[in-house]
Design a protein around this ligand. Structure first.
Ligand code: CP3
Length: 342
């Protein structure tokens, strides 16, 4: 039996698309909040393999999604490279900044990251033993540009201003950070695959702020380098790329990078994406996550419309971005019923 997610990633068109959801293990679920409280805080949860596996499994038990995504965070890699990382409740991540050649030189070598990340690989091993046999295990990392925006600014930013400024003012250091993250990501994803991840996803949440040539150099090229490296070492392992808010940059992304699937945010219409993106390979997405808060008939109608738009090719149903903490868990079930029940 081939798993439904792997069939879609191999290019198969299915009557009912497989489904999973970004941030499916998260604060909208009471069982997640309980386990997070048991762990103490978010980072302690990420590094506690047993509890991280437990929260990964919670949405699988509750909803029977077709894929589980490893519970971790894209910012664990910079932490493993030597950046300080902490989370401020209600605000988000904070990191020590890196903006100079000296600070770049102080980062740890790529193979030293395992000291920090070993518990994450252990989470993957637990999951590959405990997941139901029909459920696909997805590993992930942040794309170099997105991770760099946090490392350079020391926090999340609306317009990625500090990273754009460093790119303009000191391109050598900026590109040094991108290169180090590209190498680190290849190593990190390889270790996840060796521990049992069956698919890997590269989250480029801020790809949309890269324009023109910058999009090619800092979103497309790193995604291609990572994908080629993974495919040369693990030929059967599919890669999902998510250049969020790339707009026209979604067109040709499969071919330029070699990814098996392009994940779509909800700023593009499903009909447009079916014609211009799905024609080149599997797509994933793209329901607005606000429907998980608002529910109602609009949720059902929009879910069906997305399934219909993508029904002519390989498709994995998902949201356009992560589910938010204020979502109603019952709306998630309504979405799944609309996908599976037609
Ligand atoms: O999707 C999943 O369920 C797997 C786990 C996962 C998390 N973060 C857990 C998390 C994944 C794949 C991520 C990716 C991630 N992390 C991204 C890329 C995707 C995206 O959302 O754009 C980014 C940019 C981050 C960085 C990050 N982590 C931020 C900005 C925040 C704070 C914002 C927020 O939602 O609170 C986090 C925290 C985080 N990562 C939480 C979870 C479940 C919430 C932490 C908590 O429990 O308090």
């Amino acid at each position: 039996m081939t798993k439904t997610i792997l069939k879609a990633l191999a290019g198969e068109t299915q009557d009912v698309p497989p489904i999973w959801m970004m941030r499916q293990a998260g604060r909208y679920l009471p069982e997640y909040r309980a386990t997070r409280a048991q762990a103490g805080d978010f980072l302690s949860l990420c590094y506690n393999s047993e509890l991280a596996a437990e929260v990964t499994l919670q949405p699988i038990r509750r909803y029977g999604f077709d894929a589980a995504i490893l519970f971790a965070d894209i910012l664990l890699l910079p932490q493993a490279l030597g950046a300080d990382l902490w989370f401020v409740t209600g605000e988000g991540p904070r990191l020590s900044t890196i903006t100079s050649a000296e600070e770049l030189a102080q980062l740890k070598p790529v193979d030293a990251i395992d000291e920090t990340l070993n518990p994450v690989y252990e989470t993957v091993r637990i999951l590959s033993r405990e997941l139901p046999r029909e459920t696909t295990l997805i590993g992930f990392a942040g794309a170099p540009w997105t991770v760099a925006t946090y490392m350079i600014a020391g926090q999340g930013t609306k317009d990625q201003g500090p990273a754009h400024a460093l790119k303009a003012e000191n391109r050598e250091v900026f590109e040094g950070i991108i290169d180090r993250l590209t190498e680190g990501t290849i190593h990190y994803l390889s270790k996840q695959i060796e521990a049992g991840a069956e698919v890997v996803k590269i989250f480029d949440s801020w790809a949309g702020s890269l324009n023109g040539e910058d999009f090619e150099k800092y979103a497309v090229v790193p995604a291609r380098r990572i994908t080629q490296a993974i495919k040369s070492k693990y030929p059967g392992v599919p890669v999902i790329g998510f250049p969020r808010e790339a707009g026209d940059g979604y067109v040709g992304f499969h071919a330029k990078t070699g990814v098996d699937c392009v994940a779509l945010d909800n700023s593009v219409s499903a009909d447009w994406a079916a014609e211009h993106v799905q024609s080149a390979g599997c797509v994933q997405g793209n329901l607005a996550s606000s429907h998980m808060v608002t529910g109602g008939q609009a949720l059902v109608d929009e879910t069906r419309a997305i399934c219909e738009a993508f029904s002519g090719g390989p498709h994995i149903f998902n949201l356009g971005h992560g589910i938010t903490p204020d979502a109603d868990p019952d709306n998630v079930q309504r979405m799944i019923d609309a996908v599976r029940g037609g």
